[in-house]
Write a protein that binds this ligand. Structure first.
Ligand code: HMN
Length: 293
């Protein structure tokens, strides 16, 4: 298994106008991340990959293309979580066979699952695949909050190696860091990377790293070196960019910025708005000129 610490892009997926996967575009996004953004790894099949709107076969196809393009150049994490546990297991087996370095799974959502049900969800995927697992905790979208004692129960399974912590609860993050010094903790909010880095995260997984990966690494590394003022300045610029992205349509705008780099990032998948309108496209050009030139 590769070193799983560092900067991971939550991989975007290029779609054609009819919603089918644009393989050429997807490969270009992967190359851009590896060659230009110099990321340590890719998080494939996350929300940024518009994963929860895709069929099982499409999810597999994306895992296959990502592995085929990235080969062993960077670490690869496959997000296989689904409220359909059978699907999660099937995807987990597939990604494991492809040689992904770790699986990750979002906590099962929509229904109010109890903690024993959530624990069983992870235990089942691990038992069936034999792969390491990173818990994907994103309470603002799932409504599932996992506390320190519950993480302790999950981490009793040695295959559960860490957590993708997409939350702004820095008290919980500090408690987790102290309680589990040997588990991987990834920050999931790019705009809060500096405070998360100060609290000792092992890495970060972010959508904006597809275009702003160089600054993300600078923030992470400067914070590790204790150069907080310098890191803060880069976080400020980063957050001006992220504010612009969020105000203009998250995935569509990052895709627009990739298009400015000559990457065929394509359309989004409905029911998301497929593409930006003319005014939003102007904003993309402004963001590109101001922050990414
Ligand atoms: C994913 O599953 O792809 C992750 O959620 C990626 C990452 O944590 C992003 N979260 C969401 O989009 C919900 C962030 O990078 C986020 O897009 C960014 O911080 C802007 O808010």
């Amino acid at each position: 298994m590769k070193n799983l610490k560092g900067i991971f892009s939550a991989l975007l997926v290029s779609f054609n106008e009819d919603g089918t996967i644009n393989e050429k575009g997807l490969r270009q996004i992967i190359r851009h991340n590896i060659d230009k953004m110099k990321v340590d790894g890719l998080y494939v099949g996350g929300s940024t990959g518009e994963n929860f709107m895709l069929s099982t076969e499409e999810k597999k196809e994306i895992f296959r293309i990502a592995k085929d393009e990235a080969k062993d150049q960077v670490a690869l994490i496959a997000q296989v979580g689904s409220v359909n546990l059978k699907e999660a297991v099937e995807l987990g087996k597939y990604a494991t066979e492809l040689g992904y370095d770790s699986l990750s799974a979002v906590t099962p959502f929509y229904y109010k699952f109890s903690f024993p049900e959530i624990k069983n969800f992870y235990e089942t995927i691990i038992r069936e695949t034999g792969s390491p697992m990173i818990v994907y905790s994103i309470p603002f979208l799932t409504g599932v909050n996992i506390g320190v004692s519950q993480f302790a129960e999950l981490f009793e399974n040695p295959k559960i190696i860490g957590v993708k912590f997409t939350a702004g609860d820095f008290y919980l993050l500090e408690r987790l860091r102290k309680a589990f010094p040997n588990h991987l903790i990834y920050a999931g909010f790019d705009e809060m990377m500096l405070p998360a880095s100060v609290l000792g995260i092992d890495g970060a997984i972010g959508s904006t790293f597809n275009v702003n990966g160089i600054r993300a690494r600078q923030i992470f590394e400067l914070a590790q070196q204790g150069k907080i003022k310098e890191a803060f300045e880069i976080q400020n610029v980063t957050n001006d960019l992220i504010e612009g992205i969020l105000g203009n349509g998250l995935y569509q705008t990052i895709k627009g910025l990739l298009e400015c780099e000559g990457v065929e990032a394509g359309y989004c998948r409905e029911p998301m708005t497929k593409e930006l309108n003319a005014k939003q496209k102007e904003v993309v050009k402004e963001l590109k000129a101001k922050y990414l030139s």
